[in-house]
Design a binder for this molecule. Structure first.
Ligand code: SAH
Ligand code: SF4
Ligand code: F3S
Length: 440
């Protein structure tokens, strides 16, 4: 082959599962000779891996597609593909709205991407949004070595919970858990390539119930099995639903040192009335009691959550209940979102809260969460904590990593190569979004 390698530019929107999917797509295209580029101007193929969770996220894709038009005019051979949850939700409609799009691949069909790209080269415009029956991850090429010490590993996909606001059950389909043996094999290969931290992914990851020895295994058992892999130092998982926090998973937080003390456990609201309208199947009190049990197992665990402001029917008292719950828990971090009606979801047709009211509530949620986050950062000063170093920092001699609690930590160590090493660090200073420390 004398041809220059083709260049692929991928833009990823949305959640960590999309980050993982983008990596796997890059690998699948890499096996076809495509090299990644950060610059869409030099790309032969641009892929947008999209998110449908809120209207803003979905609409951003269309404005980004509009921005690609001059690139396509300058290079008519440029192929433009849309993947992910907008692709899954809107399918061929995307091409009707944006004729410059050459292919649409739903979130479950990335193993088919190379043949779809080949079809575009024959002038076809393939669309595939079928939910396949096979494990698409097994149909992708083996994961190549990377110099990063952390990796995502999708163990579960889809969601059967049908929260009244959420598109995920429609864009990712029914819950599927990958079998234990396949997850173990993928994890072992990652560790053999130098990965020290694996984050298990799923839209409802703690609902994991994959086939293992003797029947279906829960996430707690899977975590313990993964922890036996020598060289794997850290395990995390995200995102979880409160109703699926099984006893053995809570116990694992106390018993398994490799399971990191950080848990993202979205509650969405602190009002029982709203939780019911959201179809969450738990009360605020259930959640608080659950947090107590998790903290009993692992007292230093850092908690995080998601909140929605202005869900249809939310009164000021309901909003106050969310603030009360945040005060009662004390989060290390949390995210809050303004409610966005999503087509096809049960809440979409309900009468909404006035936009300015929702904005004001969002600001109040964010202010309280930010204050808690800052306090949690400050409380780290003087403490000794494990840090897995991921890359050089911006300053000379500086290294950046993540603490056990998932905080960014900077240290200065000009004489050492800390890349990929797990070290004990004493925290010396805190900023809102990062910590500084010194090696012990
Ligand atoms: N599976 C995860 C996360 C789903 S999406 C879970 O169950 O927690 C991430 C977050 O987006 C949700 O936790 C929710 O807070 C928010 N979200 C989902 N749909 C939304 C909508 N229609 N409007 C605003 N926020 C939404
Ligand atoms: Fe969406 Fe999470 Fe609810 Fe599933 S559990 S419907 S992914 S918010
Ligand atoms: Fe978005 Fe799909 Fe993830 S809708 S949040 S990319 S599962």
């Amino acid at each position: 082959m004398t041809d220059a390698p083709k260049k692929l530019h991928i833009k990823t929107y949305g959640c960590q599962m999309n980050v993982y999917d983008s990596e796997r797509m890059a690998e699948a295209m890499g096996a076809q000779g495509y090299q990644l580029t950060d610059d869409p101007a030099e790309a032969d193929m641009v892929l947008l891996n999209t998110c449908h969770i809120r209207e803003k996220a979905a609409e951003k894709v269309y404005s980004d597609l509009g921005r690609l038009r001059p690139f396509k005019e300058a290079k008519p051979d440029l192929k433009i593909g849309v993947a992910g949850c907008v692709a899954q939700a809107e399918g061929a409609e995307i091409m009707r709205r944006m004729p410059l799009v050459d292919l649409v691949v739903g979130s479950q069909n990335y193993h088919r991407l190379p043949e779809m790209v080949a079809a575009t080269e024959r002038g076809e415009k393939p669309v595939d949004t079928e939910f396949p029956t096979e494990d698409r991850f097994e149909l992708l090429p083996e994961r190549p070595a990377s110099n990063r010490p952390t990796a995502f590993l999708t163990v579960q996909e889809g969601c059967d919970k049908f929260c009244a606001f959420c598109v995920v059950p429609y864009t990712r389909g029914a819950e599927i858990s990958r079998p234990v043996a396949r997850i173990m094999a993928e994890a072992e290969k990652l560790v053999a390539k130098g990965v020290k931290e694996i984050t298990l992914l799923g839209q409802n990851v703690n609902g994991y119930h994959g086939e293992g020895q003797g029947g279906a295994w829960g996430l707690g058992r899977l975590v313990r099995e993964l922890a036996r892999i020598e060289g794997l130092e850290r395990i995390r998982y995200t995102t979880s639903h409160p109703n699926d926090m099984a006893d053995d998973l809570i116990e694992a937080h106390g018993a398994e040192a490799k399971l990191m003390p950080y848990l993202h456990l979205p509650v969405q609201s602190g009002s029982d009335r709203i939780l019911k309208l959201m179809n969450r199947h738990h009360t605020a009190e259930d959640y608080l009691r659950l947090i107590e049990r998790i903290r009993a197992a692992r007292p230093d665990i850092m908690l995080s959550s998601d909140f929605i402001a202005g869900f249809p029917g939310e009164s000021d008292a309901d909003h106050q209940a969310s603030l009360d719950l945040i005060r009662a828990v004390g989060y290390g971090a949390a995210f809050s979102f303004k409610y966005s009606p999503r087509p096809g979801t049960p809440a979409a047709n309900r009468e909404g809260v006035a936009s300015e009211v929702a904005d004001a509530r969002l600001q109040e949620l964010q202010a309280l969460i930010t204050a808690q986050q800052h306090a949690a950062q400050e409380a780290m000063v003087g403490r000794e904590v494990g840090v897995l170093f991921e890359k050089p920092g911006r300053l000379p001699g500086q290294w950046v990593g993540k603490s056990d609690y998932l905080q960014a930590v900077h240290v200065s160590a000009p004489a050492e190569n800390l890349q990929g090493t797990l070290r004990k660090v004493r925290i010396t200073a805190s900023a809102p979004n990062s910590l500084a420390g010194e090696l012990l």
